[in-house]
Design a protein around this ligand. Structure first.
Ligand code: HDD
Length: 726
């Protein structure tokens, strides 16, 4: 029997491979824990290297003969039954995609040729870390997986809401996922990266730096699925009918802009409505405020790629939009909710290898491992090899082949000819003519069979710094707060210290100084990170596309406004404003102390659909307080309405008031101002639209404020980027 693995304690510095900067010697580790033995395969074969898959050349494709890679990924794929081992919590929607212009010169992909054609799609959004029943507003990466049911078969774009990934080679995927998921002894914490194992991994694997920065930024807590970007991440290839190919990166650009919540809201929303994102998606579609995204492409050739200051096969790197602009080439509209969650959202199976003629992969070693993993994991999750027959996975293109039998076979194959070639079945199905079938790009390969990382992958920090320096001051400040929160939850001082001095300090020394002292690392110093190569000048100081503030969007459709009312409310004013909001796709709900009819001052009634005891301001994007002396007196009597406005104000949200409603708003803001130290400065009335007597432009002004989303200038402390900016 193998010996039990010893439990290193927080004080067990000797066993911590990170206490010195020297590369960990396998022998030393073996000496300190001989009962652990050396790393082996499941067959007991010793493994000297588990960070790179076996490739044909250091930048070449992964090899099928890499039994260590396949065993490691296979074991990982089947860890969870029946929920997905990652991306377990998901929400789906049907829709369609339409291309703006024929992309014939770039690709022969059928669905990218005809602007009149609508290609059906199914999209599944997800969080990565949590279980199926976890909450939506975890600080996490969001999956953004799209299945295009094209006339030439299914194309799956299985992306995320961040353009880079934690690791460079898929062989490390089990490691990063194990590190971020709940810890194996206690199964804690759920859906959170703020724990020792995740940050231990980050400190020891500096290639994670760039993605870690995206996760700590506001991108990790999106306002909704409709207000986040999507990225294919890897470099793909477009191939045209002549066989000419170029590299391509895919983007989804949300028409509603890129918006997030603040961390305080996220934590409250998780308690108040754990289904916040799922509900938002569902209700927007039901209301006809369809989430929409434009497909963006960055196309470049080999010569350009060779000149970039990074390797396009490295999934921890972006191609800055300043280097290759994004062309918006089509639109995705999500317009139908699933009929059945399990049958569709749960059973949908995406696969990076679901490619159509005209789109090909590259030798990105992260992508290469994915090409194996998805189909493999789905064999277990969906109970056998026939899951492509489940309605949500079935292509609209006809399927003819000799695959047969297995669990849950739906198709009834007929005839005797179940092999190719055959004469007794008329030779059917025949091969697709060369100009119609899928042909892989005939790339020349050379190089020694090797487990190595190319030197061109070794600059781990330049783009992490570029990201940080591209953020606005307020976004930088949020990132600092997120790092303080996350590292503040890490119990082992050595882990915190390594992240501050080996990771953050290499991204930006001021960033490290802003975080270190708060998390018990007072002596901040830049120390070399493991295996990191020298920084490579990226040729630009900042990239505007990386800041959410420069992407406010083109529509406010889908936003939610709370209208605070009690009996005696100015119902006419409410009806007028909510009609203006509705025309822009904004949903207004009457919130009161009770459900049901709220009497208007001059007769008539409004319907309260929400009450203070079941909702909070965190579930809305903005607040409107209409007039009506009796209504305002009643609302000011109870603490709930004032607290509602006060909290919305503290979260920098747009607030509008008409008539006597302005009094309540002023009182709430006054209380908010008292709560903040006067030295915080700022403009508390920014984004507060008060129309005491003249309401002519109220709707228009309020909608403009909603489009801004947040008013950070209310509070000077949200601008204190000077302490983190270089
Ligand atoms: Fe993955 C699911 C996205 C790297 C292995 N992945 C999964 C989903 C998304 C992504 C959105 C959920 C799909 C759904 O909604 O059903 N994964 C990514 C992105 C990656 C990435 C953007 C890097 C660029 N993934 C990655 C690697 C591996 C996997 C390197 C393994 C070598 N991913 C899986 C998986 C999952 C999965 C274990 C779990 C459930 C499933 O596939 O069907 O195979």
């Amino acid at each position: 029997m193998p010996a039990q693995r010893p439990r290193p304690s927080a004080a067990d510095g000797a066993s911590d491979p990170g206490t010195s900067n020297d590369k960990v010697s396998a022998l030393e580790t073996f000496r300190s824990h001989p009962e652990d033995g050396v790393l082996t395969t499941d067959q007991g074969v010793p493994i000297p290297h588990t960070d790179d898959s076996l490739k044909a050349g250091e930048r070449g494709p992964s090899l099928l003969e890499d039994f260590h890679l396949r065993e490691k990924i296979t074991r990982f794929d089947h860890e969870r039954i029946p929920e997905r081992v990652v991306h377990a919590r998901g929400s789906g929607a049907h829709g369609f995609f339409q291309v703006y212009r024929p992309l014939t010169e770039l690709t022969r992909a059928a669905f990218l040729q005809d602007p009149a054609a609508r290609t059906p799609v199914f999209v599944r959004f997800s969080t990565v870390q949590g279980s199926r029943g976890s909450f939506d507003l975890a600080r996490d990466v969001r999956g953004f997986a799209t299945k295009f049911y094209t006339t030439e078969g299914n194309f799956d774009l299985v992306g995320n809401n961040m353009p880079v990934f934690f690791i460079q080679d898929g062989i490390k995927f089990p490691d990063v996922v194990h590190a971020v998921k709940p810890e194996p002894d206690s199964e804690m914490p759920q859906a959170a990266s703020a724990h020792d194992t995740f940050w231990d991994f980050i400190g020891l694997v500096p290639e994670t730096a760039h993605h870690m920065m995206w996760l700590m930024s506001d991108r990790g807590i999106p306002r909704s699925f409709a207000t986040m970007e999507g990225f294919g991440i890897h470099t793909f290839r477009f191939v045209n009918a002549e066989g000419q190919w170029r590299f391509v990166k895919f983007h989804w650009k949300p028409l509603a802009g890129i918006h997030s919540v603040v961390w305080d809201e996220a934590q409250k929303i998780n308690g108040m409505d754990p289904d916040y994102h799922r509900r938002g998606l569902w209700e927007s579609i039901e209301a006809g405020s369809y989430p929409e995204y434009e497909l963006g492409i960055q196309v470049f050739d080999e010569a350009q790629a060779d000149a970039f200051p990074f390797d396009i096969l490295d999934a921890t790197k972006i191609v800055p939009e300043e280097l290759v602009p994004v062309e918006r080439v089509g639109r995705l509209t999500l317009n139908r909710n699933p009929d059945n969650f399990f049958a569709e959202t749960e059973q949908v199976a995406f696969h990076v290898g679901n490619l159509v003629p005209g789109i090909d992969v590259t030798n990105d070693p992260l992508m290469q491992a994915r090409l194996f993993s998805y189909l493999d994991t789905q064999l277990t999750r969906l109970g056998g090899p026939n899951f492509h027959e489940i309605p949500i996975n079935r292509p609209i293109a006809p399927v003819h082949n000799h695959q047969q039998d297995g669990f849950h076979r739906d198709t009834i194959n007929t005839g005797k000819a179940n092999y190719f070639p055959n004469s007794i079945g008329g030779g059917c199905p025949v091969l697709a003519p060369g100009d119609q079938g899928y042909v892989h790009v005939p790339e020349m390969l050379q190089g020694p069979k090797t487990r190595e990382r190319a030197p061109s992958f070794k600059d781990f920090f330049s783009q992490a710094s570029l990201f940080f320096h591209s953020l606005s001051l307020v976004e930088q400040q949020h990132l600092v707060s997120a790092l303080r929160f996350e590292l503040g939850k890490v119990q082992r001082a050595t882990v915190r210290e390594r992240v501050v001095n080996e990771i953050l300090a290499n991204i930006d020394i001021e960033l490290a100084r802003a975080v270190g002292p708060a998390v018990g690392v007072p002596n901040v110093e830049r120390r070399p990170a493991r295996d990191a190569g020298p920084p490579v000048d990226q040729g630009l100081a900042a990239s505007a596309a990386l800041s959410q503030l420069s992407n406010p969007g083109q529509t406010v459709a889908g936003r939610q406004v709370a209208v605070l009312c009690a009996d005696g409310v100015d119902a006419a004013a409410v009806e007028q404003l909510t009609a203006e909001l509705a025309a822009a796709g904004v949903n207004a709900e009457v919130v009161s102390t009770f459900l049901g009819p709220v009497q208007g001052a001059g007769g008539g009634a409004l319907e309260a659909t929400k009450m203070f005891s079941t909702v909070g301001s965190v579930l809305f994007d903005a607040v409107y307080v209409p007039g009506g002396a009796t209504s305002i007196a009643a609302l000011r009597d109870g603490a709930a309405a004032v607290q509602f406005v006060k909290e919305a104000h503290a979260h920098y949200k747009p607030i509008a008031a008409s008539g006597e409603g302005a009094e309540l708003v002023r009182a709430a803001i006054g209380m908010a101002a008292q709560a903040e130290p006067a030295s915080a400065g700022g403009d508390p009335l920014a984004g507060v639209v008060l129309a005491e007597t003249d309401t002519a432009t109220l709707g228009q002004d309020f909608l403009a404020a909603i489009a801004r989303h947040r008013f950070w200038e209310r509070d000077q402390t949200q601008q204190m980027g000077s302490s983190v900016r270089p």
